[in-house]
Design a protein. Structure first.
Length: 124
């Protein structure tokens, strides 16, 4: 099977590096990076992506990652793309799921077996 593509949206360089390490340790993936709405949507419209991981607060301008999720899930061409929100806050996870995201995980949960199971459901 060829490698899967994951788009990481809104994470700073150290967090992006940690996400890459976590993903590549368990899966055959290529990790793409976007910092905001425009570059995320450009990548999604030009490349087939298997999973989008969106930070709750985007590193570029600290805007709300939920807005990126809303744009993806209301776009006819992108709405079926699996998306997870990266946040440690349960209320933000619930909001994301109510908008069509898969249950995500927080940065404190990178090494959790539950996180690996959530990712495996999409990436295996």
């Amino acid at each position: 099977m060829s490698s899967r593509k994951v788009l990481d949206v809104g994470n700073c360089a150290p967090d992006h590096a940690a996400i890459c390490r976590m993903l590549k340790a368990g899966f055959d993936v290529e990790v793409l990076q976007a910092h905001g709405v425009t570059d995320a949507l450009d990548i999604l419209r030009s490349t087939t992506v298997d999973l989008v991981l969106i930070n709750r607060k985007l590193d570029r301008d600290y805007s709300d990652g939920i807005e990126v999720l809303k744009l993806i899930k209301t776009d006819e061409d992108l709405q079926d793309t699996p998306v997870m929100l990266i946040t440690n806050y349960a209320e933000h996870q619930q909001a994301a799921v109510s908008l069509g995201a898969l249950p995500g995980f927080g940065k404190l949960e990178f090494s959790s077996p539950t996180t690996q199971e959530k990712l495996a459901a999409v990436l295996n």
